[in-house]
Write a protein that binds this ligand. Structure first.
Ligand code: FES
Length: 106
């Protein structure tokens, strides 16, 4: 078990446990009340798992696929540099310590 850093919508940082194979959405949804609804269950269709990935960590994560980009760019809170759907980020040991910020609810 490793830990990740989650910044909630009030700007408060939390250390949260993450296991290899979980998606970041599952980490957020299962580890506390960050308001991540994950309505679609992680199939890249609801955008309720939107997060901002700290810029230093972006190169360590697999890039966005077209469906993810399409959904993200339709959001008001979209940030071209840091926005990701957390259900599309698989946690691996290399991501221990990753910092993500929960995006505003839309
Ligand atoms: S959980 Fe629905 S898009 Fe990620």
């Amino acid at each position: 078990m490793a830990q990740v850093v989650v910044v909630d919508r009030d700007g408060k940082e939390h250390q949260v446990d993450a296991a290899t194979g979980q998606t970041m959405m599952e980490v957020l949804r299962d580890s506390g009340d960050f308001g991540v609804a994950a309505i679609c269950g992680g199939v890249c269709s609801c955008a309720t798992c939107h997060v901002y990935v700290d810029a230093a960590w972006s190169p360590k994560i697999k890039g966005r696929h077209n469906d993810e980009t399409e959904i993200l760019t339709a959001l008001e809170a979209y940030n071209p540099d840091t926005s990701r759907l957390s259900c599309q980020i698989k946690f691996t040991p290399e991501l221990a310590g990753i910092k993500v910020t929960v995006a505003p609810e839309e």
